[in-house]
Write a protein that binds this ligand. Structure first.
Ligand code: ADP
Ligand code: MG
Length: 383
């Protein structure tokens, strides 16, 4: 541990009442937008195990396991690691409460993080979760072969199916929120900080509700594709929480009845990242640029249809955006410099077929997580 991080850890331990009685922090495992996460030894578990040993010497233990079984326990297994998520005090109490409550509801899946417990001291809240060993996405995304990518996606969609069945949208699907262990072919979905419950009425009502809002319209956009500068109507508002580059088109078009399909789109962006070997694939700083990036791939025609679905109009004069756009296959070919001697393999073509169904602009036609798991790409994995 570098001295700065050690100082940060010491400071944290000192400031949080009795934390050192329960946990011993051994390092920092991550830092997100809303938190710092530390790897720690669960001293409570440690004491529990050692109590067994004490009992054993006095032959007075009442353990559920036989002595032989326990002797098989390696030293490694006697240490239980946890992740301590220190949620920044600047987060609103509602936001923290929402995250903890959803985590509590989400126990029971191997592919979704569970909450062990949570503590509060003054304004500081910490969540304790099992620690998951994982590899940094940047270290492996270029190296994975198609069968490895299939395992990754199956693991991710299994997590999504579970979360969506509980009526919860994760809203922030991206590699740093899916902790993947390449050696085990298993991943765990974390970070429910932006997650929310699906609204009862999952139908998109944008077309009816958008008319009073500011949007581009044919009449007042100039031939050059400019937009009206002094439009007095209030701008349309919708939840756009998430991370740039992973937002679904309906989020960018400010649909106010977003569904669990937004997570499927983001999972599709991860798959596109694997296949194109480009990360981040989309990288626009704001929503308008994000729409432009999307349009560069999908073309004007499909973007117009998608915009109309959400009561918006899509017009642009940018010459690189063509009417028909490009197929995802072409995009992957360009990104990975393919030519006649180096064409896409049949495995890659199968992956692209699956990709098309997840990066479907119309959320109604996009696969659900449960449908995705039934596709050959996720059911037929040749090691
Ligand atoms: P934030 O809301 O700040 O993004 P996350 O829950 O995504 O917080 O955690 C930030 C990082 O901490 C993750 O990207 C990951 O590297 C690490 N992390 C989070 N939870 C765990 C865990 N249970 N085990 C191991 N590392 C974790
Ligand atoms: Mg995160």
């Amino acid at each position: 541990i570098c001295p700065e991080v050690q100082e940060e850890i010491d400071q944290f331990m000192k400031s949080f009442h009795k934390l050192d009685f329960h946990y011993k922090i051994v390092g920092k495992t991550g830092e997100g937008t809303f938190s710092s996460v530390y790897k720690a030894i669960d001293l409570r578990y440690d004491r529990y195990i050692n109590d067994w040993d004490l009992d054993e010497r006095t032959s007075e233990f009442h353990s559920p396991r036989s002595k032989r079984q326990r002797l098989h326990h390696s030293k490694e297994k006697r240490v239980k690691y946890v992740a301590i998520k220190k949620i920044y005090v600047t987060s609103s109490p509602q936001r923290i409460h929402n995250e903890l409550e959803l985590l509590k509801d989400l126990s029971g899946s191997k592919n979704v993080v569970s909450l062990i417990t949570a503590f509060r001291h003054l304004d500081q809240v910490i969540a304790i979760m099992p620690y998951f060993r994982h590899v940094d996405f940047r270290d492996y995304f270029r190296k994975l072969e198609i069968p490895d990518i299939q395992l990754y996606m199956r693991s991710l969609f299994t997590a999504l199916k579970f979360v969506h069945a509980k009526g919860i949208l994760h809203r922030d699907i991206k590699p740093t929120n899916f902790l993947y262990d390449c050696s085990k072919g298993r991943g765990v979905l974390v970070d429910f900080g932006l997650a929310e419950r699906e609204s009862d009425d999952g139908t998109c009502s944008c077309i009816n509700s958008a008319n009073g809002f500011r949007k581009e319209s044919k009449q007042n956009s100039s031939a050059l594709g400019g937009y009206p500068k002094n439009d007095q109507r209030p701008s349309k508002r919708a939840n756009r929480a998430g991370t740039r580059g992973f937002r679904a088109p309906e989020v960018l078009f400010k649909c106010n009845a977003q569904t669990t399909k937004i997570d499927v789109w983001s999972a599709g962006v991860i798959l596109l990242t694997f296949l194109s070997k480009r990360f981040p694939f989309f990288n626009s700083p704001d929503d308008i640029d994000a729409v432009i990036e999307m349009a560069t791939v999908f073309g004007r025609v499909r973007m117009r249809v998608c915009a109309a679905l959400h009561g918006a109009t899509f017009e642009t004069a940018i010459p690189t955006i063509t009417e028909k756009g490009h197929s995802l296959g072409r995009i992957v070919e360009w990104a990975t410099a393919r030519n006649k001697d180096n064409p896409l393999t049949s495995q890659e073509k199968a992956a692209l077929e699956f990709l098309e169904a997840t990066l479907e602009l119309d959320h109604r036609k996009r696969l659900s997580a449960s449908q995705a798991l039934q596709q050959p790409f996720l059911t037929q994995i040749d090691p």
